[in-house]
Design a protein around this ligand. Structure first.
Ligand code: 6GU
Length: 479
């Protein structure tokens, strides 16, 4: 690649000799040439600027001086030679220079940086070369003002130069770095000593378990990007995120849908939420049932266990927690039809009016029954779990609207349920799910629960087999 720089401070660019770019220049991987703009001034003061036409503060760089300099750099013969010639004009009013632009410019044959000082270069210069077939790019390196384009030019040359073949020893390092193709900021890095001033590195990094190390780094990259650059998280495509990514994001309050990553809110439900919760409970329950259950059995369960009165009693019970997952209203309207519902529906049984009234939609819920609950809601802990040393809470329900399954919301609800169970004084949490509902068992397992035998459970008049699962709660903090 040929690189030209035109500036009234040519000495400034000696810094480029010190870096990888200087080595690439010496090795012939690129051909760097610096021109002193003043060499093209005609008067004895070597004037390069003049006052702005129309008045105003500062000085403007003269088009005639720039034209003479640039005509030598772009001789008539080079234009239309089939090569890509780019005139880069660094200016705080330009398009923001990004890694994507650096990658694009690394593919050009010839880059010319025109470093302006003062208020800038007479605009006709850019227009003139654009008309002659030069690709002109006005670029800014960020939202702040420098005194001239020199520093910005060094920044851009460093970013572009390291992408040229052969400039960086190991091209793999270009993939994982911040703003690389993963779309995430880079995870924090560590080296020896393992313990430095009392700070220990995560033992996973010393385990030699490559999959676990990759997962740890991915989690750290996601968390860091979420904290610093939520805009980058929102720009991720769903196909860039696996199920572990989704659970992590959901626990941190973000949900992956068809349209990308959206904020999620998880909170306890109140009596004002009963209608919405009832609607969600009755539309999600049938999916969790084994295929042999009759319509009547399911209806009987909906009319009793999942009635509005029953839901009221959960919410009013101080030994029970009812947790909801909410999405902002605009995020659950993915394009296309889901399941052929009437067009006035939102795709999961609710009308547009029902959603808009609340400005957010309830897309999942969990019910946790604490160790001190009694009455019909307090199901007996399956006997294989009865261990005197544990104080059990029951994760009685976790239900997610169909189109948000696989988004990580279940994992987030289970994590919050576990916290609430600890707060209610439990040291362990158990749950049971139909043996037919493999998806549920998988998501409990992913959330850290393990299988502990089975039990039977009655829906309507039919007895079903359940898988029982449990987890030990890490930090029990009694009320
Ligand atoms: Cl490219 N030039 C100047 N003068 N100031 C800047 C800039 C460029 N990018 C940000 N600030």
């Amino acid at each position: 690649m040929r690189l030209d720089i035109v500036s009234i401070f040519p000495e400034f660019f000696s810094v480029l000799d010190l870096s990888l770019i200087g080595k690439a220049n010496a090795d012939g991987l690129l051909n760097l040439h610096v021109t002193n703009l003043r060499d093209y001034a005609t008067d004895r003061h070597r004037t390069v600027d003049d006052t702005p036409l129309g008045g105003g503060a500062g000085m403007v760089m003269k088009p005639d001086v720039w034209g003479k300099a640039l005509d030598e750099i772009f001789p008539e013969a080079t234009l239309g030679d089939g090569e890509r010639h780019v005139l880069i004009v660094p200016t705080p009013s330009g398009e923001t220079f990004t890694q994507r632009i650096a990658e694009d410019l690394a593919g050009a044959d010839h880059l010319v940086f025109a470093c302006g000082r003062y208020e800038g270069i007479d605009f006709r210069v850019a227009q003139h070369y654009a008309e002659r077939g030069v690709e002109v790019r006005e670029l800014s390196i960020g939202d702040y003002v420098l005194n001239g384009g020199e520093v910005a030019t060094v920044v851009m040359i460093e970013a572009i130069g390291r992408l040229l073949p052969g400039v960086i020893g190991n091209p793999d390092s270009l993939v994982e770095e911040s703003h690389g193709s993963a779309g995430l900021l880079e995870y924090p890095v560590y080296t020896r000593p393992v313990n430095w001033r009392g700070q220990e590195v995560n033992p996973v990094l010393l385990s030699g378990d490559h999959a676990a190390i990759a997962r740890l780094r991915r989690d750290q990259a996601l968390e860091k990007t979420l904290r610093r650059r939520p805009d980058m998280i929102q720009a991720l495509r769903p196909d860039q995120l696996d199920s572990d990514d989704r659970s992590l994001l959901a626990r941190l309050g973000w949900c992956v849908g068809e349209n990308g990553v959206r904020p999620l809110e998880i909170r306890e439900l109140e009596s004002g939420d009963v209608d919405r919760l009832h609607a969600l409970a009755i539309r999600t329950f049938p999916d969790a049932c084994p295929p042999f259950l009759s319509h009547e059995d399911i209806q009987q369960h909906l009319d009793t266990v999942l009635s509005p009165q029953s839901i009221h009693s959960w919410i009013d019970n101080p030994h029970v927690r009812v947790i909801g997952a909410f999405l902002p209203q605009n995020s659950a309207a993915p394009e296309g039809d889901h399941g052929g519902e009437a067009s006035s529906d939102t795709g999961d049984g609710r009308t547009q009016a029902e959603q808009t009234a609340h400005g957010e939609q309830l897309v999942g819920y969990a019910l946790v029954v604490g160790p001190r609950a009694d009455g019909p809601i307090a199901e007996k802990c399956p006997k294989q779990l009865s261990d005197e040393h544990c104080s059990w809470a029951h994760l009685s329900k976790v239900y997610i609207d169909q189109k948000w399954r696989g988004s990580g919301i279940a994992a987030a609800l289970i994590a919050v349920s576990a916290d609430m169970a600890s707060q209610m004084g439990a040291t362990s949490l158990w749950t049971a799910t139909s043996t037919a509902n493999k998806r549920a068992a998988k998501s409990y397992k992913r959330a850290g629960m393990t299988k502990k035998g089975g039990r039977t459970y009655t829906v309507g008049t039919t007895t079903c087999r359940d898988v029982v699962m449990q987890m030990t709660l890490s930090s029990a903090s009694p009320q």
